[in-house]
Design a protein around this ligand. Structure first.
Ligand code: TYM
Length: 321
């Protein structure tokens, strides 16, 4: 089984990225042949500062490795190190109906937040389809916000197969119920573009301040607190043990504990949860050549597979004999 996923270097890694995609991806690297990449070509649609893009890419590589990506099991590379992906994106775009892209939420969402309505942003799902189909992926671990892009990928693959014979296999998304949509500080989906993120490698003081700033309702200390849709409980479930979570949920139900105390417990659990990864990150930071070597080897392997698939695609569509 081949597993593939990507993440954009468009800011610092947050809890949504980690629990929605990275942790499942890291677990899945034991289950099959994994391909994980830094989607820097996608990030170009929103990051206009070249220095920032380089920095985000590098940090993302370090952070993913610190979180447990094992380069001896998973092929880890930068999307732009495999030029075939843009060639495939073009070929796919020639069969992609405009209506399919017009229906995508993420374009409408991003332009409504002020991002330039560029062709790249509009065609974003086609490049993502190319990422997935280029490596003949079976399973794609993502958060719920990417589900529609997986459907677009399947539609494009079906279209190519109808036109040119069996060129691609159809990938399946893998979306974890417990972390499909991790809530942010304001209770909405945690997202870089909403400014409501909690970064996983935040320093202690900032992490505490952010968690203490989670928006809550005005239920008095002594009263029972609503557990449904509670951001504190939703996040605590991810970073605490099942027993700790059950006790906090019970304390919500019986009342007598204020939100401030719950937030303190959430901070303590979050800080503890990422402790081992912070340590690993320090070790990786001390050895910059390691990251370069991982990405170089990853790119070489990814290019070998990409070229094999592209030879088949070029032949199927008539670009090669
Ligand atoms: P990106 O960079 O926006 O996010 C990376 C991954 O994090 C997940 N995620 C979340 N999951 C749960 N709750 C949240 N609050 C949350 N916020 C982010 C996203 O669902 C995603 O899985 N288009 C992709 C990158 C990409 C890609 C691909 C993914 C490019 N090519 C091919 C898979 C396969 C994106 O923008 O992810």
């Amino acid at each position: 089984m081949r597993i593939l996923s990507g993440i954009q270097p468009s800011g610092k890694l947050h809890l949504g990225n980690y629990f929605g995609m990275m942790r499942p991806a890291i677990e899945l690297q034991e289950e099959g042949e994994a391909f994980y990449f830094i989607a820097d070509l996608h990030a170009l649609t929103t990051v206009r500062d070249p220095t920032a893009l380089r920095e985000y890419s590098r940090e993302l590589a370090i952070d993913f490795l610190a979180c447990g990506l094992d380069p001896s099991r998973a092929c880890f590379f930068r999307q732009s190190d495999v030029p075939a992906v843009t060639e495939l994106a073009w070929i796919l775009s020639t069969v992609t109906p405009m209506g399919l892209l017009e229906r995508c939420h993420s374009y409408k969402d991003k332009t409504s937040r002020g991002f330039a309505a560029s062709h790249g942003l509009f065609a974003y799902p086609v490049l993502m389809a190319a990422d997935i189909l280029l490596y003949e992926s079976d399973l794609v671990p993502v958060g719920r916000d990417q589900k529609q892009h997986l459907e677009v990928t399947r539609d494009i693959a079906i279209k190519i197969n109808e036109l040119y014979g069996e060129v691609f296999k159809l990938p399946e998304p893998s979306i974890r119920g417990d972390a499909a949509t991790v809530p942010g500080l304001d209770g909405a989906k945690m997202s870089k573009s909403y400014g409501n993120t909690i970064e996983i490698f935040e320093d202690e003081k900032t992490l505490r301040k952010k968690i203490m700033g989670i928006q809550t309702d005005s239920t008095p200390v002594e009263a029972p607190k609503p557990t449904d849709d509670s951001t504190i409980l939703g996040l605590y479930k991810l970073v605490a043990s099942p027993g700790e979570y059950a006790s906090m949920a019970e304390a919500f139900r019986v009342g007598g504990t204020g939100y401030g105390d719950f937030k303190k417990a959430l901070f303590a659990a979050a800080w503890r949860h990422f402790g081992p990864m912070r340590e690993k990150r320090e070790a990786i930071l001390a050895d910059p050549a390691f990251v370069d070597a991982v990405l170089r080897e990853g790119a070489a392997k990814a290019n070998t597979i990409a070229e094999k698939v592209m030879a088949r695609v070029r032949k199927a569509v008539g670009l090669a004999g």
